[in-house]
Unconditional design. Structure first.
Length: 554
């Protein structure tokens, strides 16, 4: 029984190829017709069958086509029409991989006739021997026409513009090219399909690294000539992910990365969650030069509401203390983001902005400058009472913990009012502050949700299972394996207060859980596992698609 190709990692030796060629009355699928179909079916180098028939085009064959192919009107007049030929040909084709030389021409005619007669479009995978030849032997031959390649590879069948002979010659060229691709470590169907772009890459010689990679979840590390790590990445399929670096990945630093890389390491993981957490840990440990995310969590900061003071204010803190009674948001990636969060809260609530520590008695004779501008309160001067200021602080605590709309609604109104007044730069600033606040609150919600859950065990559909303790991955196991004993966990014991490094892991786990809710079954939970259902509003500007930008530029 022919295997399906949902798993494109099928070894080439197990792939069924149908090499086809068509003869036609001209070059346009809409105005010309098929006069002959020839096809050869192969698997593992063995011929499984052939298909050949002339086709009545129901139209005169131009003299130049008769001269080129040798197919005359008298030859096709008794032949069946395309509507009688297609059912048998589709049965012969089945779900095999279609191969042709300049195969877009043949596929154009087939798809046009299928559409005209009410059939579904062909969805088979397609390999073009012309494209492969351009990548593999272009420097060895004057051109990549079928006749030139047939002479170069000394095929037993000479192409002569007759469908079956051309298909047989193309099949021999294909097998010669497959011998070449084996030297690049290409032994599976997905590697072959990607080759026309990967082989053109200036670092294509390093494509041999892909051959040793498994088709499994894991983490990979590019290293330089001295063995120093350059980049750490994760993958659901290690082989496919690393190969993508050689196949049109246009990220700005990829060229420099591949030029410097001299070796590749990998670690196979039990599932995608394991790979994501291991990536974060390895980035923090190795600090590769080409990684940016999670590289230096020690530089992250917190937004702190100093509720341990008589008149609390907002500040940026490097360290979170467990017993100071303050309210924190974070850790946040940078001072700039923390400052934007503070500005968002202060835009909605008139918290004091002076940095002096407020005592029992007023410390100022006159209100501070922000208070005089009416953008802040000044309890230090006695301009507002302790009870009234306490209500403002209660609102700030609620905004940072349970009710972010206290901040978002005033910012939303201000943003629209500024835009309506034509003050677009100020409106954009309000939008950016709101966006920073939303992201900070969402991060905090994810951290808190898994912290409250304490210890949970989950099963992942098709991905084994995992044990998570206070948001950190304790152990994981592949599909079909039993959970390991709790004392044999993968990671060290959990600390009492979540560190910045651990917070990066918890956020990774939380984001993964949020993305894969439909695939997860909760086995056990020691604490309170709840997830925010209502999403916060988005304030980021919409990004135009590339096609939209191209049309706009045109």
């Amino acid at each position: 029984m022919q295997r399906t190709f949902d798993d494109l990692g099928t070894p080439l030796v197990d792939v069924t190829f149908v090499v086809l060629d068509l003869e036609t009355t001209g070059g346009s699928p809409t105005t010309n017709a098929i006069t002959e179909i020839g096809a050869v079916k192969f698997r593992g180098g063995e011929c499984l069958g052939t298909f050949q028939t002339l086709v009545n085009p129901s139209a005169p064959i131009p003299p130049e086509i008769v001269y080129l192919t040798g197919i005359t009107q008298a030859m096709v007049t008794p032949a069946p029409k395309i509507e009688a030929v297609l059912p048998a040909f589709l049965e012969f084709l089945a779900d095999a991989v279609i191969v042709g030389h300049n195969v877009r021409f043949d596929m154009g005619f087939l798809q046009a006739n299928l559409a005209r007669l009410g059939y579904r479009r062909l969805t088979n995978k397609v390999v073009d021997t012309c494209g492969l030849a351009r990548r593999l032997v272009r420097d060895e031959v004057p051109n990549c026409t079928l006749s030139t390649l047939a002479r170069y590879f000394r095929t037993s069948t000479d192409p002569c513009h007759r469908a079956l002979d051309d298909a047989k010659a193309t099949a021999e060229v294909l097998h010669a090219l497959l011998e070449r691709v084996g030297t690049l470590g290409i032994i599976a169907l997905d590697d072959l399909l990607a080759l026309p772009t990967t082989a053109a890459h200036p670092q294509a010689a390093k494509l041999r690294w892909v051959a040793s990679l498994p088709r499994a979840a894991g983490v990979y590390v590019f290293r330089d000539i001295s063995g120093r790590p350059l980049y750490v990445g994760k993958a659901v399929d290690l082989r496919r992910r690393v190969r993508s670096y050689f196949a049109g990945d246009d990220r700005r630093k990829i060229g420099s990365l591949l030029r410097e890389a001299q070796s590749l390491d990998h670690v196979v993981c039990a599932n995608e969650l394991h790979a994501e957490v291991l990536e974060v840990r390895m980035i923090q440990e190795l600090r590769p030069r080409f990684n940016r995310k999670d590289k230096n969590p020690a530089s992250s900061v917190y937004v702190k509401l100093t509720t341990n003071e008589r008149f609390p204010r907002l500040a940026i803190a490097r360290v979170r203390r467990s017993n100071d009674g303050c309210v924190y948001l974070g850790p946040l990636p940078s001072n700039r983001i923390a400052r934007s969060v503070i500005e968002a809260i202060e835009s909605a609530l008139p918290l004091r902005r002076c940095t002096a520590r407020a005592g029992a008695a007023p410390t100022r004779e006159a209100p501070c400058a922000p208070a005089q501008l009416r953008v802040a309160s000044c309890p230090c001067s006695g301009a507002i009472g302790e009870a009234a200021y306490g209500e403002i602080v209660d609102q700030a605590v609620a905004a940072m913990t349970t009710t972010p709309s206290i901040v978002l609604e005033p910012l939303h109104r201000r943003m629209h009012a500024l835009a309506a007044a034509g003050r677009f730069e100020e409106a954009a600033s309000a939008r950016d502050r709101a966006s920073a606040f939303v992201r900070a609150v969402e991060r905090q919600r994810r951290l808190d949700a898994l912290q409250r859950a304490d210890r949970i065990e989950i099963e992942i559909d098709g991905g084994g299972g995992a044990l998570i303790e206070r948001g950190r991955l304790v152990s994981t196991w592949p599909c079909g394996s039993p959970p390991p004993p709790a004392e044999l966990g993968l990671w060290p014991p959990q600390e009492a207060l979540l560190s910045k490094e651990a917070a990066a892991e918890v956020l990774t786990v939380a984001s993964w859980v949020e993305r894969n809710m439909a695939r997860i079954r909760l086995v056990s939970c020691d604490g309170d596992l709840s997830w925010p259902v209502a999403r916060l509003p988005r304030f980021e500007p919409r990004r135009a698609s590339r096609s939209h930008v191209s049309r706009a530029a045109a």
